[in-house]
Every structure is written in C-alpha cells, then in structure tokens.
Ligand binder design. Structure first.
Ligand code: SF4
Ligand code: SF4
Length: 413
C-alpha cells in the first residue's frame, strides 16, 4: 500500500540537496521521492524506481529544512529495505561492500592483499584501484590494548551523562581499525595528553552498521548493533569514537529496535555511553601552543564538516574549538559547508554524482589554499584523500585526531 505523507511540496528540500545541485531532476529531491512513495509504483518497485531511491546520500540536509518535519532519511532507508537484493546501479558492488563490512576478518584479509598489491606497484598510475590502495597504511601501528584499562583520574569538570571516564572504551570504526590505524594511535595519544587512561578497545567489535542500515539491510544492521552492544557489555564507562558517522549511528541504536524488543533497553544503555570524539575531547584536551616545528608546520587548515555531525549531532563548534586551542588558522568556506559526496555506499552506487559533488566540495576547500584538510568522518576522510590524490593536489588530508595529536607530541617533547 502506498504511504500517506504530509509533504507540503514546498521544495525547501531541493535547495539544499547535494544530488539536486549536480543533477536538477525533480525526482532526485526529497520532494520527488516522497511523492513516489505515495504512488502505487512504491508497491512493486521497478529497477528505475530503485535507481531513483539509490541516488540519495542520506545526508539529512533536507530534514533540517523540512517544515513538516518528515523523517525523510528513514523513509528512504525504509523504502530501500523493500527492494530487490542487489538494488540500483552497481548493486553487486554495494552487496560486496556490505558483506565485507559484516566480517572483520574478511576486511583484514582484503587489507593485507591490498598492501601486497600496493608493494608490487603493478597498477597504472592513475587507476582508481591504485588510488584506493594508496589509502592503506602499513600495519606498523601496535594493536590497541585488549585488556581492561587501568583506572585513571576522573574528569570533574563536566558531568558527562554521569558516566565515568575512569573506564573508557574506544569504538574505532572500520577505517581507523583496518585502513588508517594512525587514527587509533593518535586518539590514544590524545587521551594520554589529557591525563586519561588508554581506552579499552574490544577486539570483537564490528562495523557500526550504518552502511547496512542506509542500504535498507535492516536485519543485517540490527545484527551488527547486537554484536557491538555485546562487545562493549564488559565495561560501563564512556565509549569514545573517532568517526562522526559511526557516532551518529551508534547513538541511534535504540531506534533500530522496537520498544518491546529486549535489545531496545540494551541499546538505550549502550547509546547513553557513546560520545563523539570532538565532544569528548573539547573540555579535556589542554590548550597547546601553535603547531610549530612539527610534522604539520603550516597553520592554514580547512575543516570539512561531516554531514552526520552537522545535521544529526549538531557538532559544528567542537571541532573548531579544538583547532582553535591549537592556534591554527581555520579557513571557512564563503558559502557554508557542503557534502563531500561520499555518502557511505553512495560513492559506489553513483560514482558520477559522487565525483561531481566532490568537485564542488573540493573547489570550496582549496579556495583558501589550506596546507591541511581535516575532518572526523572516516568516509569524508577517504573521499578527500582519494580525491586530492586524483587531482594531484599537494594539500595534506589528515584526520583531526592525527592533526591534534601531532601538536600534542610537540608540546610534550
Ligand atoms: S538526504 Fe541529502 S541527498 Fe538525500 S534527498 Fe535529502 S538532501 Fe538530498
Ligand atoms: S521540504 Fe518537506 S514538506 Fe517541503 S517539499 Fe521537501 S519533503 Fe515536502
């Protein structure tokens, strides 16, 4: 049965939609999709219908401006859950990515194979795979501690959900764990610099499940959520995560389960413990002198706002406050923040749109000639790293934790 929706057809969503900005088809806006959901076409979605619904980043920009407060991203994800197994363009690639994220050992194997291939240097200079392999870091970083952490001092300056920082845990996210392990090392180093104990990093944690949820694979997303809740059940303190997208999805775990599902309450308790990286460090990391004589000597920094932090967690100020503590010059875009076009599986499903959206975003980022582009979302980080390499730009792209930790190391030495 077609969905009854209270869309005012005002078009406010079209103005802010990154996909519509590069491809002005009404059907690609939230208004267009909401209309489709009210038609009989939604009952037996065709390949074309599925294709239209795959062309959405689930960035949430439209929800912010919707006067009817429609839960647009949830409605789109819900619609995708009714689609055929490999829906939309590049369905097989998306299915493969989802399958890999479900199994950490598979990701580990792929990373090892990728690093070997990288060493062979056998791929053409500008091949997409070569650029992607360039994102892999050699596994020289020691794995995070698996034992329970030692007790450390309490943070007395902020109640923080009344949850202790004496026993911290760390949800790394797939990119930090498998592709860019320096993010893990940097986060632990910032904890140390803030006088906090190193964080317990459960070895049996999984992908947060955002990719599966966005693709409409709701059972798979719930399975991953249950595994993560279980993995962190051995401790009670805060769970810090250095990925903005992971944090928004971990915080949304309670919405994955019906209230009469026994996992709903467990998800609530779990979510209460989750804290996004910049919110966590904002009142803990001591101010440092300017980033000087370090591996990151320049001070012009472009901070890219991840959509999940901009719209879901309202976290635009804390990353900037942390950067200000370091005395860097933050370059702000004249026309406000933009989506980078990665969108989880969106860059796999819709590579042309993803590239076009990135071109706009990268022009904006480069306009102020930054020495560094930094962000806290793993997906955005990968998009910028790959995109800047493809464009042959010299600007360095680093996770905010790495940039801040480098400054911290300088101050201590
Ligand atoms: S979630 Fe983002 S990409 Fe999707 S329709 Fe809304 S604004 Fe457009
Ligand atoms: S902003 Fe909301 S009410 Fe207005 S057209 Fe878009 S979905 Fe409909």
């Amino acid at each position: 049965m077609a969905t009854e929706l209270n869309c005012a057809k005002c078009g406010a969503c079209a103005v802010v939609c990154p996909v519509f900005r590069v491809d002005e088809q009404e059907v690609l806006t939230a208004r267009g999709k909401m209309h489709l959901l009210t038609t009989e076409l939604a009952e037996y979605p065709s390949a074309v219908f599925e294709d239209r619904f795959s062309r959405c980043l689930l960035c949430g920009a439209c929800e912010q401006v919707c006067p009817r407060h429609l839960p647009i991203t949830d409605l789109i994800s819900q619609a995708r859950s009714t689609f055929s197994r490999f829906y939309g363009p590049n369905g097989l690639k998306k299915a493969a990515a989802c399958a890999a994220l479900r199994r950490p050992e598979l990701v580990e194997g792929l990373v090892k194979a990728g690093i070997s291939l990288q060493r062979l240097q056998a791929l053409p200079l500008h091949s997409g795979l070569r650029l992607k392999l360039g994102l892999l870091e050699k596994r020289s970083i020691p794995q995070p501690p698996l034992a329970q952490p030692p007790l450390g001092k309490e943070d007395e300056s902020r109640p923080q959900q009344n949850i202790s920082t004496a026993s911290l845990s760390y949800f790394t996210g797939c990119v930090a764990r498998h592709i860019q392990p320096t993010i893990v090392q940097a986060t632990q180093s910032l904890l140390q610099n803030s006088g906090l104990p190193s964080a317990h990093t459960p070895a049996d944690q999984y992908c947060c499940g955002l990719a599966a949820w966005s693709a409409g694979k709701r059972d798979q997303a719930r399975e991953l959520a249950r595994k993560n809740i279980q993995a962190f059940s051995g401790s009670e303190g805060l769970i810090v995560t250095s990925c903005a997208s992971c944090s928004s999805h971990l915080l949304a775990y309670p919405t994955l389960f019906n209230e009469d599902d026994p996992w709903h309450d467990k998800a609530l308790s779990f979510a209460e413990r989750v804290q996004e990286f910049t919110h966590f460090f904002n009142d803990k990391l001591p101010p440092l002198s300017r980033i000087e004589n370090s591996e990151h000597p320049e001070q012009r920094v472009f901070y890219h706002d991840p959509c999940h932090l901009r719209f879901k967690d309202k976290g635009m100020s804390t990353p900037r406050l942390l950067l200000q503590k370091r005395g860097v010059q933050i370059i702000e875009p004249e026309d406000g923040p933009r989506c980078c076009g990665q969108g989880g599986l969106f860059h796999i499903a819709c590579p042309e749109h993803s590239l076009q959206i990135f071109e706009q975003s990268s022009r904006q980022a480069l306009a102020g000639s930054p020495a560094y582009i930094t962000t806290t979302c793993s997906g955005c980080l990968m998009q910028f790293k790959e995109g800047m390499a493809r464009q042959g730009q010299g600007v360095e792209v680093v996770h905010l934790a790495v940039l801040l930790a480098d400054a911290a190391v300088v101050r201590r030495s």
